[in-house]
Design a protein around this ligand. Sequence first.
Ligand SMILES: Nc1ncnc2c1ncn2[C@@H]1O[C@H](COP(=O)(O)OP(=O)(O)O)[C@@H](O)[C@H]1O
Ligand SMILES: [Mg+2]
Length: 263
Amino acid sequence: MMENKDELVGGRVGKIHKVDETVVRPANVWTPNVHNFLEFLHSEGANFVPKPLGISETNEEILTFMPGEVYNYPLPDELLSDNMIVSVAQLLLRFHKVSEKYVSHLKNTEQWMLPSISPVEVMCHGDFAPYNVTIQNNKAIGIIDFDTLHPGSKMWDISYGIYRWVPFGNPDSPDSSGTLEEQIRKSKLFLDTYGVEGSSRESFVDVLINRLQSLVDYMRSEASKGNEDFQSHIDEGHLNLYLDDIKYLTTNKEEIINGIQSI
Ligand SMILES: Nc1ncnc2c1ncn2[C@@H]1O[C@H](COP(=O)(O)OP(=O)(O)O)[C@@H](O)[C@H]1O
Ligand SMILES: [Mg+2]
């Protein structure tokens, strides 16, 4: 029978395809570890992630296709609502509640794309963003693209999730939305919904700055190794966006920490 093959957009150009009801995308050294993790999630009843179906002879991974829409920047208005913040914070919490069970299964010799971040509390998705979450009827229902999976702290994923979903960027960034006050209010809503304790909240700005700095370092090091995907990200100005956001967060750190406290 003829297979039905279509390119999927929203990620790397020309590399991700829908083949019938599956997704075919480049595999890497960490892909077998990611598949073990996704199998584990399904064995725990977490069906909001793709099921891994194998790795092909052409070194591509095959996964089930997740229903829903995936979005990119600039985000449309329906992605910027308070309901959406609540929905994605709930999805991240559900993910961490099951991904934390995998930590005791780690051999700690596994290779991942990104380094472990202490304290290791959960398996971090590593890029919990609108372009990696599927949405249906204004609800976040699925998580895709697990290349950035790694052991890490809850706040590592939470802070980056807030950055991506509020989105909490400097006012000159084409990706950001809302005034500082509005960004702080939505961050607090995310933290409240997830149920982050007061003491962890204080680390939000520092963790986010570290997360962005590690992204900048990773982009530079990959580009210098000849990775064209990252070189084009830099050429398109993404690295400077992150550096400007780090400055913005640093300048407004006190106001943000005061604004996100639980009482
Ligand atoms: N399992 C999946 N189910 C549904 N859509 C998917 C799935 N994996 C990828 N996609 C679609 O393909 C696009 C690019 O895939 P992604 O894996 O995020 O690529 P990249 O690694 O380049 O970011 C996504 O934005 C999404 O639309
Ligand atoms: Mg992606």
